[in-house]
Design a protein around this ligand. Structure first.
Ligand SMILES: [Zn+2]
Length: 179
């Protein structure tokens, strides 16, 4: 990762740690994932499904977001897309080469497609999605041999926290529906 993130006073800068072969340590992945989890919790407050994402370049958050499809009437407003759009706008580049995307849920096919388009180098997700996961669970868009870009994928980081947010959200919604 050589690109420097532009100065953004609202982003959290984490100190560099000794890099693992993949370019990040387990500890740094967990710390960034916790910011994605904060995004997921913010989604609950506005009635959206709690999925969050952050884009990290050179040790700084350059984009973040949570699911916003219901409130913005936008079927593409998944957390990953929201975060990718913000990152691309912040960097002034639709290619986010060298970036790592942290998302609390395994990306769906649409988001995996956007990750390929953005040339994201690494994807770190929390909970696997056995219903629609496109990073290996149901299909593997991010490692598809026919595509011209493949992202390194790490799954299961802060998995329990990410999954329990979703379980609690849908449990509460079912409770409301039956009340
Ligand atoms: Zn998606």
């Amino acid at each position: 990762m050589t690109a420097r993130a532009p100065h953004r006073p609202d982003v959290e800068i984490l100190p560099a740690e000794s890099p693992a072969p993949s370019g990040a340590t387990d500890a740094t992945d967990r710390r960034w994932m916790r910011l994605a989890l904060d995004q997921a919790r913010a989604a609950i407050a506005v009635g959206e499904v709690p999925v969050g994402a952050v884009v990290v370049v050179a040790g700084a958050v350059v984009g973040s977001g949570h699911n916003a499809g219901i409130t913005t009437h936008d079927p593409t407003a998944h957390a990953e897309i929201v975060a990718l759009r913000e990152a691309a706008a912040a960097l002034g580049n639709y290619r986010l080469s060298g970036a790592t995307l942290y998302c609390t849920l395994e990306p769906c096919p649409m988001c995996a497609g956007a990750i390929v388009q953005a040339r994201i180098a690494r994807v770190v997700y929390g909970a696997p999605d056995p219903r629609a996961g496109a990073a290996g669970s149901v299909m593997d868009v991010l490692a598809h041999p026919a595509l011209n870009h493949r992202a390194e994928v790490v799954g299961g980081v802060e998995r329990e926290a990410a999954a329990s947010l979703l379980v609690e959200f849908f449990r509460a919604r079912r409770g409301e529906a039956s009340a």
